[in-house]
Design a protein around this ligand. Structure first.
Ligand code: OTU
Length: 657
């Protein structure tokens, strides 16, 4: 859009710039800057326009963008151009992700380069390497307390190793996802250190207060994120003799985005990693970016404006790079992190689908899909050029953030139902085979979340201990079914490392004082590669899971209906144990696939008469595209075995393709 004020300012800035920077072909940069500058200017003005140094700051921002563009390697610039031409590339069913801790999976970056073939064997082509930037030796919240945003932790390797890794990944057609922890730094970060030493400029990078007046006001409405290990949202700093805002752990200092200098530094860091070859950047804890007294200081409008500004800036320099929003918030709020534009994501192209994840676990515990159906029904519609990251487990706990209204709509009491889930997954409920641990227990509010490895939560650990073959079969089936759901729901499925071979809880974290208080470490394993070898041995649990997932990924990749064009229709069926949805490709309608999962321990019926209005499933033989077999049908009812799922297609339609 053309607008005089911002355009005149842009002319000034570019004039300055042309005297400073090395002459080189900035054609694409200018075109993109021209297209985005009105938005950048409006957002920056909205956030920082009241400041006297506004012009100086926006000039600095624009200069940083120019420099980042100049630094962008030619090979990445051409990837940008390809992606600009095929701008919906990431909505395709071709992508399957895995998230992993580098030390637990492969030791270090060089080790990971060697293990890429394992990921390829499975079919994974998008790898999220959990935080590897420099962080303190001891407690660092799994790397989410960064002490140097431009350096790799020496335990992981070097910046050169990253270049080698991305090169090898790009050759294999794999994408790299890296973390940028935008909300806070470690107390050992240079900025925090300077603040401690009394430097006012750097104290302004954080929320620092001389006494409890302001902190107490904030505390009235801010919840506690880690109530057991880090109660409250402020920490007293002896050196400064001041209080500093620390929403997460007391060594994670919240950055102050009301200071434009913070924003400019963080854009620069985002672009730095984009220029080092990251295809996707996961922006941590984005809901927390703006703090306001009298609110929870989550999901504030300004947090969204900051993300829009970040996206606009990134589009000028590295338009091929995607953002993942990590916002584990209510469904109606999550959706806003795509941006509230009519069609195209203006903030993050991808967002964690924490709602779906938690609902799947609800179905596991209750053995029915009532809340799952209800919750998905209330999930707001998302934008077209935006997609979900669908997952079963990740490095974090499982929060029970369902909407209370949805819980009530299923005739459960919200408090009692959540209490039941906690008891179920921690194995305290009669008959539960789950071996999870509570996390984030808050006696003041009665809240709690759940830690635990997928296999241990799904009953595999208990079944193996009891050497109960039927229970083992059920757990294997359930683990595959949960993955079957994230692979076909619409969005990018993200497997948590180790789950592909049924890795169990690992309690060794209890021996490490810097981890012992945080039960999330129980599901952040060190891969036992000897166990992984058993994937090659027919009939082992590892083989059944690994090959099951491998087959699922391959089938997903060859099923166009699984691409994400908002082409999912939830199917209401009368059997409460079933979760059923239809995926239809917008231009290949005969190739629809009906995904149907049974969360019960008994076989359940899917009544085809209830689907009869959906023409394609009326005639012909139904085929499960996972196995190629036809499921058992009796009296026009498909029988779905316990904890099993089908991906049903019309065989005739398929043979006509
Ligand atoms: C994120 O977590 C990370 O995923 C966690 O591993 C970090 O501990 C945390 O940020 C701090 O960096 O911010 O938007 O319930 O789900 O803290 C949600 C715990 C977050 C996490 C929550 C989350």
């Amino acid at each position: 859009m053309y607008e005089q004020v911002s355009h005149a300012l842009l002319n000034d800035i570019l004039d300055d710039l042309s005297h400073q920077v090395v002459r080189e072909d900035l054609r694409h940069f200018y075109t993109r800057l021209g297209a985005n500058f009105y938005a950048i200017h409006s957002l920056f003005e909205h956030l920082y326009g009241h400041r006297e140094d506004f012009k100086e700051q926006i000039t600095k921002l624009t200069e940083r963008l120019a420099r980042a563009y100049i630094d962008r390697p030619e090979s990445l610039r051409s990837i940008d151009m390809e992606r600009e031409e095929n701008h919906n590339w990431f909505l395709s069913q071709e992508w399957t992700g895995m998230a992993l801790y580098l030390d637990g999976f492969a030791g270090n970056l060089q080790g990971l380069t060697k293990r890429l073939s394992y990921l390829q064997e499975l079919g994974v082509n998008m790898v999220h390497v959990m935080p590897i930037l420099r962080c303190p030796q001891g407690a660092s919240d799994g790397g989410y307390a960064v002490s140097d945003f431009r350096n790799i932790d020496p335990r992981a390797g070097s910046v050169d190793d990253i270049s080698e890794l991305t090169e090898s990944m790009h050759k294999r057609g794999m994408l790299l996802t890296l973390d940028v922890v935008v909300n806070h730094t470690s107390n050992e970060h240079e900025w925090a250190q300077k603040a401690c030493a009394g430097d006012k400029t750097y104290q302004d990078f954080y929320y620092v207060f001389p006494n409890r007046d302001v902190p107490d006001m904030f505390e009235e409405t801010m919840p506690e994120i880690f109530p057991e290990t880090a109660p409250g949202n402020f920490t007293w700093n002896e050196e400064m003799q001041k209080w500093v805002m620390t929403v997460f752990n007391n060594y994670q200092w919240d950055l102050n985005y009301s200071n434009p200098a913070v924003f400019i530094e963080m854009v620069d860091i985002v672009l730095f990693w984009a220029n080092h070859g990251a295809d996707v950047l996961r922006l941590d804890a984005v809901a927390f970016l703006w703090k306001k007294i009298g609110t929870t200081s989550q999901n504030e409008r300004e947090a969204h404006l900051i993300l829009q500004l970040l996206k606009d800036c990134c589009q000028v320099v590295a338009p091929g790079v995607l953002f993942i929003a990590e916002a584990i918030v209510a469904p109606s709020e999550i959706i806003k992190y795509f941006g509230e534009d009519a069609v195209i994501a203006k903030e993050c192209e991808i967002a964690y689908n924490a709602t779906f994840m938690a609902l799947l676990w609800d179905a596991v515990a209750t053995k029915n899909a009532k809340l799952l159906n209800q919750g998905i029904k209330s999930l707001p519609h998302k934008l077209d050029r935006a997609t979900w990251l669908n997952y079963v487990r990740c490095h974090d706990d499982i929060g029970l953030g369902f909407d209370d209204a949805d819980i009530r709509a299923c005739d459960y009491d919200p408090y009692a139902h959540r209490h039941f889930l906690i008891k179920w997954f921690t194995g305290a409920f009669e008959g539960s085979p789950a071996h999870g641990r509570p996390f984030g227990v808050n006696p003041k509010t009665g809240d709690a979340r759940i830690s635990g490895a997928l296999a241990s939560l799904a009953g595999l650990e208990a079944a193996l201990e009891a050497n109960d073959q039927e229970a083992i079969d059920h757990a294997v089936s359930l683990i595959l079914t949960m993955h079957g759901m994230i692979m076909s729901f619409g969005g990018i499925p993200l497997i948590w490392y180790g789950d592909e071979i049924g890795t169990l809880n690992d309690s060794s974290f209890l021996d490490d004082a810097s981890k012992a208080g945080d039960t999330r470490w129980i599901h952040r394993p060190r891969i036992d590669w000897r166990r992984a070898e058993r994937r090659l041995q027919q009939g082992t649990v590892e083989q059944r899971l690994f090959d099951g997932l491998k087959r699922m990924i391959a089938v997903r990749q060859s099923t166009p209906a699984f691409a994400d064009f908002n082409n999912r229709e939830l199917v209401d069926v009368s059997n409460p144990h079933l979760f059923v949805f239809l995926r239809t490709h917008p231009t290949m309608q005969t190739s629809s696939v009906l995904a149907a999962a049974n969360f019960d321990a008994n076989p359940q019926y899917l009544d085809l008469d209830e689907l009869s209005h959906r023409g394609i499933f009326r005639y012909g033989l139904l085929q499960d595209i996972m196995t190629g077999d036809s499921p058992a049908i009796f009296n026009n009812r498909v029988i779905i075995p316990p904890f099993h799922f089908y991906w049903l297609a019309n065989q005739r339609a398929r043979s006509m393709l």
